[in-house]
Design a protein around this ligand. Structure first.
Ligand code: DON
Length: 304
């Protein structure tokens, strides 16, 4: 049964893995984060958030933000329009790869690789007058935490090292799949990736994913059908070229970020967030995946 003690045991099991991965350093500001962190939080309708370890400490959510951006775009665009700009297939390639994008004429494989998230940011830029502010407000509301911020130093650090993301965006623009000014959209995208949240914040904010689209405050974030669609995409593409391995080991829809966070959901039951900054070769948290694997095993949960 879920309890704080169980989560503490999951953390203790993962602790020996510390030292086995590498903190992201291609965004220099992220390399400053202490590598020895371990946090886990679980949110259920009955108990709210239960957590252990560093679960209340904010970290850079990075690509986990792509889930918020996607659900926001699903509210602003009809289904056909949205999926005419981005695909629904796993990429089998690193999250910031360019090769497939050239072969596939500027159409990103899915909304979670950088190319897909940049297209989604471009779409948000087209429909929102203040996209950075609107997304941050949504995240604060979902988490029930008005103190959540976007870290300006991290966003600036990403902007200073944006050659690859800029190349991805310009390649899509050359194929006609990018409407707005690339620099503006990059700034929006980086500011979203630089949002700082704790495991507790993220488990609360993404509770709707395990609750048929219904938020903790009873409002609807997504329809039941849209929610199933998002979970399907998370299960197939949420951990990039590590998605198959994650499905095999953990068996839950999930989304990782290079800040070391991973969110996962047991539909109908719980939303989970783990955090540990050291990453594997696909950019996914080494101890984070292990914590989710242990939790799934101890609770006997899998969507498969
Ligand atoms: O654009 C980037 O490279 C980062 N802001 C986000 C990448 C990321 O988090 C990939 N996740 N595992």
């Amino acid at each position: 049964m879920l309890s704080q003690r169980l989560l503490e045991e999951v953390i203790a099991d993962a602790a020996p893995l510390l030292g086995g991965g590498k903190v992201a350093d291609y965004i220099p500001e992220l390399a400053k984060v202490p590598s020895q962190k371990l946090g886990i939080a679980v949110c259920t309708a009955a108990a709210g958030v239960v957590g252990a370890g560093d679960y209340e400490e904010p970290f850079s959510i990075q690509s986990i933000s792509k889930v918020f951006a996607l659900v926001q775009a699903m509210g602003l665009y009809d289904e056909k329009e949205l999926w005419s700009r981005v695909g629904k297939e796993p990429s089998g390639n690193p999250f910031n790869s360019l090769v497939q994008l050239e072969f596939e004429k500027g159409m990103p494989r899915n909304p979670f690789i950088n190319a897909g998230a940049l297209v989604i940011s471009d779409m948000l830029q087209s429909r929102l007058s203040a996209p950075r502010h609107t997304l941050l407000e949504l995240v604060r509301e979902l988490a029930g935490n008005p103190h959540i911020i976007s870290d300006k130093l991290v966003a600036a650090s990403e902007y200073q090292h944006s050659a690859r993301n800029a190349a991805i965006a310009y390649l899509m623009k050359s194929f006609g799949n990018f409407d707005n000014d690339v620099d503006e959209v990059l700034k929006t995208y980086f500011s979203t990736c630089a949002i700082r949240m704790s495991c507790a914040d993220l488990a609360r904010a993404l509770f709707f994913l395990c609750n048929k689209g219904g938020r903790l405050d009873q409002n609807n974030m997504l329809s039941e059908k849209q929610n199933r669609q998002v979970n399907a995409l998370l299960a197939t593409s949420g951990l990039y070229d590590g998605s198959g391995e994650f499905a095999y080991r953990v068996g839950m829809p999930g989304k990782s970020g290079v800040g070391g966070g991973i969110i996962a959901v047991v539909p109908g039951e719980m939303s989970i967030c783990v955090w540990s900054p050291e990453l594997d070769g696909s950019g996914n948290s080494v101890a984070g995946v292990a914590m989710l694997e242990q939790l799934a095993k101890r609770l006997g949960r899998s969507i498969f």
